[in-house]
Design a protein. Structure first.
Length: 163
């Protein structure tokens, strides 16, 4: 006699549709970002060592150009600031967002407010960025508008992140 199999199937009664509860899974925007990331990984693998900064830059510029205002203006300004202050970073897309990498590792990225339907855009830094300061430090910054004061702060952050 065969031992009973330990299955992982759930009873139909416990599914979100059967209980009337809404699933707490990924949003449509999050699923779209993951699909974009998968396409980016496939494209990177296909290019292999032939991939260069120009490929990444054209992809980033295309993503920025597709953004609605005011995020497009912020994306263009951030791109210029990052290129001027951290020339070692290579532009690339990351989860469908403009990002900047060093040795293949994303250091910082721009997320438009419309991407996930939030009230502000975000300049984020990965754990590869050298922003460590004590036992606690910010890794993402809300952006509503870029003025000269924000430009100066971003310049300093980007320089520190790649140091």
């Amino acid at each position: 006699m065969k031992p009973a199999k330990k299955g992982t199937q759930k009873s139909p009664k416990s599914t979100p549709a059967a209980t009337g509860k809404k699933s707490k899974g990924f949003t449509d925007e999050e699923r779209a970002a993951m699909r974009e990331h998968l396409q980016e990984l496939k494209a990177d693998a296909g290019r292999g060592r032939r991939a260069d900064k120009a490929d990444g830059e054209s992809a980033v510029l295309a993503k920025i150009a597709a953004l609605p205002q005011p995020d497009r203006a912020m994306g263009e300004r951030l791109h210029a600031i990052i290129k001027a202050n951290a020339p070692a970073l290579s532009p690339k897309t990351w989860y469908g967002m403009p990002a900047y990498a060093k040795d293949g590792n994303v250091i910082c990225f721009f997320q438009s407010a419309q991407k996930f339907k939030t009230r502000y855009a975000t300049l984020g830094f990965s754990d590869k960025a050298n922003l460590d300061e004590g036992h606690m430090w910010p890794t993402a910054f809300a952006l509503k508008e870029l003025t000269a004061a924000e430009d100066a702060k971003i310049c300093a952050l980007v320089k520190k992140a790649v140091s």
